[in-house]
Design a protein around this ligand. Structure first.
Ligand code: GTP
Ligand code: MG
Length: 137
């Protein structure tokens, strides 16, 4: 068993998809280790997405991720990182497989409804970015 980290991004929350997305996560066999509604500051988003800070879309990404509340969660399942990336689908919803969360709820490559960690190492870093140890069960 291992863990991944996810956020329902501001577009997903604004568009009223929080419940449906959590339902799909649950139905796919992920156990919720930690869960909250929060909003990232500019400094938070710049730090969280620091790996992308040279990319042309970085400013747009930070603006988007801070414009409203998100749902942050740590999830547990065997093969969590890979299985969650499969569940959410490709970054660009136009390329996401049928039935994936991004295919169903994302609106564009930037506003793509959910985040999923891309490695076990980043899952730990990202989970600890948003949650104290005593919030992780
Ligand atoms: P995350 O799970 O959010 O990390 O997405 P990802 O791993 O599928 O994609 P990646 O890490 O490459 O990019 C991080 C995020 O930056 C994406 O999810 C998008 O929200 C945003 N992004 C990526 N490419 C573009 C782009 O070309 N334009 C815009 N506006 N945003 C982008
Ligand atoms: Mg990524």
């Amino acid at each position: 068993t291992n863990r991944t980290f996810t956020m329902i991004k501001p577009d997903g929350v604004e568009n009223g998809h929080t419940g449906a997305i959590l339902d799909k996560i649950n139905a796919a066999g992920f156990r919720i280790v930690a869960l909250k509604k929060t909003q990232m500051t500019t400094a938070d988003a710049e730090a969280f997405y620091a790996v992308h800070n040279e990319r042309p879309f970085f400013g747009e990404l930070v603006e988007f991720m801070t414009r409203g509340p998100i749902i942050a969660a740590i999830l547990e399942k065997d093969n969590a990182v890979e299985d969650f990336r499969t569940l959410i689908g490709a970054t660009n919803p136009a390329e996401a497989a049928e039935g994936t969360i991004r295919k169903m709820y994302a609106t564009s490559i930037g506003e793509n409804a959910v985040h999923g960690s891309d490695s076990d190492e980043n899952a730990t870093i990202e989970g600890n970015f948003h949650f104290a140890g005593r919030e992780q069960f």
